[in-house]
Design a protein around this ligand. Structure first.
Ligand SMILES: [Ca+2]
Ligand SMILES: [Ca+2]
Length: 389
């Protein structure tokens, strides 16, 4: 609604307001506000107050232009840093078996003596650390209202790994009572922490999905005509990760915040270009409800003498995991303006040209059948009129 139209409404149509009916006042976001009129002067005053608010609000949204944006995966890069620690405890025992592995390792408590393969108590921690570099994929809706230098970010949905699983080196740091081994013959004095590389952990899914309504961002115009913006997007992180066959993140969404800053460049042909930077750090500790693991093969380097390897089977229970996670990303996205309802010739206006197209199609089918009921008729005409610009 233009301001002149509002003036016309306010001063020329008071009789409408005096009818004991409900007047629908358009407000921001295309919704409307019911103003129940009971035919008294108070109602007129209420509407006179509401009128400018409605007009100002509709000015704010009249210039809102939304762009469907897609990440350019090849030009975007992300580094996900992980520092995971999961304490656990249990026992391990040499992999010796008289029939199946007669040359296997025997473990025995203390420094010397004995011949019976015996379980040794330990405490330990899984450590999973490293960086996963990826080319993320994803989409978002970027809204601009250049009249008030406001942007909005909605519908953000990023696959941080770009569908390529990441791997991280895993280490078990073991503390144990003093023990010794046969095959090989070695002594392991207690009080020493032995780091044992145990292969890798794997992160197969890392996704950020925006929750809630679009978030606003102030646009700051730069000398070259582009705009910068900074905001924080509430998201749910979905992570699926395994470590030594144990699921340590099962995809249960975790709420988080994705801090974004970036540059908006308005392009030709109703396009925009976005350069987005993300830098976030988080640390969280979660309980693990996985069942105990049993007889996990582990090759422990010998301590005295060094240079050999004892093979044991480790059993234990993970109780919790502390995950430090960082995301640093430089993303590039391209946006195409969203189609406007009622715009049949694609010029982003709804006017007589679109009306002419609709009238040509009257009684038939096609794009002018806005409500999809199979025929272009008065219902579709009312759509054009309600989006008329
Ligand atoms: Ca048009
Ligand atoms: Ca129709």
């Amino acid at each position: 609604m233009k301001f002149s139209e509002f003036m016309h409404l306010d001063f020329d149509c008071p009789e409408v307001l005096l009818n004991p009916a409900t007047t629908r006042v358009p407000v921001r976001g295309g919704e409307s506000l019911d103003v129940r009129s009971k035919g008294n002067s108070m109602t007129k005053r209420v509407f006179t107050l509401l009128g400018p608010i409605a007009v100002l609000s509709s000015f704010a949204t009249a210039d809102q232009v939304n762009y469907n944006c897609t990440l350019n995966s090849a030009a975007s890069s992300l580094v996900q840093s992980t520092d995971l620690a999961a304490p656990f405890a249990g026992t391990f025992i040499g992999n010796y078996d008289a029939t199946t592995t007669p040359t296997g390792t025997k473990t025995l408590p203390g420094f010397f003596g004995g011949s019976v393969n015996t379980a040794i108590s330990y405490s330990a921690s899984f450590a999973l650390a490293g960086d996963i570099s990826s080319h993320p994929t994803g989409t978002l809706v970027f809204g601009t209202d250049l009249a008030i230098f406001q942007a909005s970010i909605g519908g953000l949905n990023f696959d941080m790994l770009g569908a390529v699983p990441g791997t991280l080196g895993a280490t078990v740091n073991i503390n144990y009572q003093s023990f010794h081994t046969l095959q090989p013959t070695a002594i392991y004095p207690g009080g020493v922490t032995i780091p044992v590389p145990v292969g890798s952990g794997s992160v197969t899914t890392l996704r950020a999905t925006q929750t809630g309504a679009p978030v606003p961002a102030l646009l700051v115009q730069q000398k070259n005509g582009s705009f910068t913006f900074t905001t924080a997007v509430p998201v749910e992180f979905t992570t699926i990760a395994t470590l030594l066959g144990q699921t340590i993140a099962d995809g249960t969404p975790q709420p988080g915040i994705l801090p974004l800053s970036g540059t908006l460049t308005i392009g030709a042909n109703n396009t925009i270009a976005l350069a987005i930077a993300i830098a976030s750090q988080s640390v969280s500790t979660q309980p693990i409800t996985a069942p105990p693991f049993v007889d996990l093969p582990l090759a422990i380097p010998t301590v005295i003498p060094a240079g050999s390897t004892a093979n044991v089977l480790m059993s234990g229970t993970l109780t919790s995991v502390t995950v430090g996670s960082g995301i640093n990303a430089t993303l590039v996205a391209a946006g195409q303006r969203q189609p406007i309802t009622g715009d049949l010739n694609g010029d982003f206006h709804v006017n007589s040209q679109d009306l002419a197209i609709l009238l040509d199609a009257w009684g038939g089918t096609g794009p002018a059948d806005f409500d999809g009921n199979g025929i272009v008729n008065s219902r579709d005409l009312s759509v054009i009129l309600s989006y008329w610009q």
